[in-house]
Write a protein that binds this ligand. Structure first.
Ligand SMILES: Nc1nc2c(ncn2[C@@H]2O[C@H](COP(=O)(O)OP(=O)(O)O)[C@@H](O)[C@H]2O)c(=O)[nH]1
Ligand SMILES: [Mg+2]
Length: 283
């Protein structure tokens, strides 16, 4: 709790077994709700998550990082969160900054907070590959120009949101892939939310990064497209559901009439039924 507001931390996970425990160990007691969504990992991420007392949801297929976040936010809203912080379970960003980020949202000054690896200048020292750094700076300059805001970077995976942001943005119109993160910032700008930044160190090591050069190029092209989608929408050339109030949003109605969507998985090692992981299907 901060300022009487319930804080949820959500972790979109894929094969995070080696780094999950270290990540969760840095959660402080302001965290009321802990959620992990396992995107059909091939390792023991979900079992470990459950044993650490984290509410665990398992996708019945590998739907991608964007779809994973849709489940994360839906479950955080369902659990009654007022503030939601996303942190990656790969220990790339320290969870020690969760209270600071959640506090900025709880203050009411910001609706959304990004933990920037560029502010403070630690990205290269933390081992960010040079080509990623250069692309980050160039894409950031490009987006600042077309989105009309001034952020130090758009590509961090460490963010905090107010409940209102998650209920308002049409997140179901976004990509299932990594560019989801970028689309979400463009949407927040389009809907007039106030975005704050905080500096954050980053660490690049084997388990913390699976995005290779090819996937980075796909992501970069997606960022360019997102920027143009935003711009064309804004000047009225081509409207895009991603930026419309009637775009599809994360909704708790998702499960209504679709009981098969979430099914409790019995687990012999967990006597209490509500401790069991749930399987989530997006069929
Ligand atoms: N849901 C989902 N998450 C993924 C997938 N691949 C990676 N991730 C998660 O996305 C986050 C970012 O990926 P990562 O490889 O660390 O990217 P990088 O740190 O930017 O190089 C990590 O927390 C991963 O667990 C996937 O196929 N599905
Ligand atoms: Mg990573």
């Amino acid at each position: 709790m901060i300022n009487g507001k319930r804080v949820a931390v959500v972790m979109p996970a894929y094969n995070a077994e080696k780094t999950l425990e270290k990540t969760v160990a840095e959660f402080t007691d302001i965290v009321d709700i802990k959620i992990l969504v396992d995107d059909n990992s091939t390792d023991r991420t979900a079992e470990l998550s459950r044993s650490l007392g984290v509410d665990t949801y398992i996708h019945d297929a590998n739907y991608g990082y964007g779809r994973n976040q849709q489940t994360c936010y839906r479950e955080a809203l369902a659990a009654g969160a007022d503030i939601v912080v996303m942190v990656h379970p790969d220990y790339q960003y320290t969870p020690l900054l969760i209270p600071a980020m959640a506090g900025m949202v709880a203050s009411g000054v910001y609706d959304m907070v990004l933990a920037s690896r560029i502010l403070g200048g630690g990205a290269l020292r933390g081992g960010m590959p040079r080509y990623k750094y250069v692309a980050n700076r160039a894409l950031t300059a490009f987006q600042n120009l077309f989105l009309g805001v001034k952020l130090s970077e758009y590509h961090t995976g460490y963010r905090a949101f107010s409940r209102e942001v998650l209920e308002t943005l049409p997140l179901l119109e976004n990509s299932d892939d990594f560019v989801f993160d970028n689309q979400m910032i463009a949407q927040a700008v389009a809907f007039g939310f106030h975005i704050g930044e905080i500096s954050c160190p980053t660490k690049y090591f084997k388990e913390a990064s699976s995005i290779n050069f090819r996937r980075s190029v796909t992501y970069g092209l997606g960022v360019l497209k997102t920027t143009m989608d935003f711009y064309f929408h804004r000047i009225g050339l081509r409207k895009n559901a991603m930026f419309l109030t009637r775009g599809r949003r994360v909704s708790l109605q998702y499960y209504a009439g679709n009981e098969a969507a979430v099914e409790a998985v019995p687990d012999a090692t967990q006597p209490a039924a509500n401790d069991a992981a749930k399987t989530v299907t997006h069929a």
